[in-house]
Design a protein around this ligand. Structure first.
Ligand code: UGA
Length: 431
């Protein structure tokens, strides 16, 4: 059997796919990027970049000679031995991951190529999926494709540096040789490489995200207790974080975790456990705490403003975190609909996510900058800790607003500065 070319294929050019493709090109590989979305592929061919990720446009520009874009799977399999799959696996209404896009790729495999290939799973798929795919390949008598699980640990907003400077590389395979070929792609990175079985690699991904989400829900509950007893969660987290066994990361209290990964993966892991007969009690609490955390801001507003009917509330930041335009599962969406449900007028400004917000948050007046967003407002809620919000134009805001209340949903602002400007300030879990 002959061998396909040396290019690397990437199927599914979303956040993970495009970052993976670009970084593999940066490492010196030729990459063939495939997506079924013809508009996106056209845009990339013309030098456009469909997502906002710091440094990505520049890196694509730098490596454009090594990147080609296509909507045809055949192009990928005719040119590439190693083919990454990074299609999305959104949650279904049961909380299970929707694997239809993954299986669309697998079922297209017969007839695509008789060359030897390694199909590398980058998409986050439920534990057991790799084995299912291997069985499906065997059932279809496709013997020329090895399957490798290589989960990603990229954070939106710092995905490029996370890819190029990973904490670890996880490779799950049945055939050691296939795993080693994938591992070789990362050989110049100074990171431990963990070679495991396929289900173990899949579980490492879920367990990592679920643990980080648990840390956030834990500190959010500590914050809520701090509010009751007059302690300051930012100091508590600092004091905890110095303990190396705990670590200081992911102990920032706020209005809950959101985005395309944590909510989906925590729920999926709970479902995976449930489907196998185990009730994952801890994760049930992590999810519930997170849902309630997004809504606590509403009570904070009521504490100062009374009824929210006909009040104008301004949300500063809509993206699920800074340095991304991603609004998936964003706390801002839940908060905005709760506020609209209370009869408030909601205005919002985000430095990057406004075009996407027009679709995601209906009924909210989207503004071009902070000052127009706070005009005639009764309160500001800081939802996303964008750098440009670190030092708000407080004096001008005071003149434009009806009432002078700031709820800092990310404990991002300097309370002394805000209060000195004549505002009432409340953060999350801050005395
Ligand atoms: C997360 C993981 O951090 C990545 O390792 C993983 O690869 C990725 O999911 C994925 O599965 O693809 P991401 O969702 O981009 O990355 O963002 P994070 O920086 O982890 O933040 C997630 C959410 O937690 C955000 O809403 C953030 O505001 C919130 N968060 C984070 C807190 O509320 N407190 C913290 O201390 C940290």
């Amino acid at each position: 059997m002959s061998k396909a070319g040396d290019s690397i294929g990437i199927i599914g050019i979303g956040y993970v796919g495009l970052v993976t493709a670009t970084c593999l090109a940066e490492l010196g590989n030729n990459v063939v990027c495939m997506d079924i979305d013809a508009e996106k592929i056209d845009l990339l061919r013309q030098g456009g970049v469909p997502i906002y990720e710091p440094g990505l446009a520049e890196l694509i520009g730098k490596n454009k000679g090594r990147m080609t874009f296509t909507t045809a799977l055949e192009d990928v399999f005719s040119r590439c031995e190693i083919v990454f799959t990074a299609v999305d696996t959104p949650p279904t209404f049961t909380g299970d991951a929707d694997l239809s896009r993954v299986f669309a790729v697998v079922s297209a495999l017969p007839g695509l190529s008789s060359n030897r290939h390694i199909l590398v799973m980058k998409s986050t798929v439920p534990v057991g999926t790799g084995m299912k795919i291997s069985i499906e390949l065997a059932r279809q008598e496709i013997n020329n494709i090895d399957y490798v699980s290589n989960p990603e640990f990229l954070r939106e907003g710092s995905a490029i540096s996370d890819f190029l400077n990973p904490d670890r590389i996880v490779i799950g395979s049945r055939e050691a040789a296939a795993g080693q070929k994938v591992a070789a792609l990362y050989q110049h990175m100074r990171a431990p490489v963990l070679e495991t079985s396929i289900p173990t690699a899949e579980m490492i991904k879920y367990a990592s995200n679920a643990f980080l989400a648990t840390k956030i829900s834990f500190i959010n509950e500590i914050a809520n207790v701090c509010e009751e007893i007059g302690a300051d969660v930012t100091e508590v987290a600092k004091g905890m974080g110095y303990d190396k066994r705990i670590g200081s990361h992911f102990l920032k209290a706020g209005i809950g975790f959101s985005g395309s990964c944590f909510p989906k993966d925590v729920t999926a892991l709970k479902q995976i456990a449930g489907n196998s007969g185990y009730h994952f009690q801890l994760l049930t609490a992590v999810i519930e705490v997170n849902e309630l955390q997004k809504r606590r801001v509403v009570n904070k507003l009521k504490k100062y403003l009374g009824t929210l009917t006909d009040k104008t509330i301004t949300l500063l930041g809509l993206a699920f975190k800074p340095n991304t335009n991603d609004l998936r599962e964003a706390s801002s969406i839940v908060l905005a609909s709760r506020l609209l449900g209370e009869g408030a007028y909601v205005k919002a400004y985000d430095p990057v996510a406004i075009p996407d917000a027009a679709r995601a948050v209906r009924g909210v007046l989207l503004c071009d900058d902070t000052l127009s967003a706070v005009e005639d407002s009764d309160a500001v809620v800081l939802v996303t800790e964008w750098d440009e919000f670190a030092h708000l134009p407080l004096a001008e805001m005071k003149q434009r607003m009806h009432q002078h209340l700031i709820i800092d949903g990310r404990n991002f602002l300097d309370p002394a500065e805000v209060k000195a400007a004549g505002f009432t300030y409340e953060g999350i879990g801050r005395s």
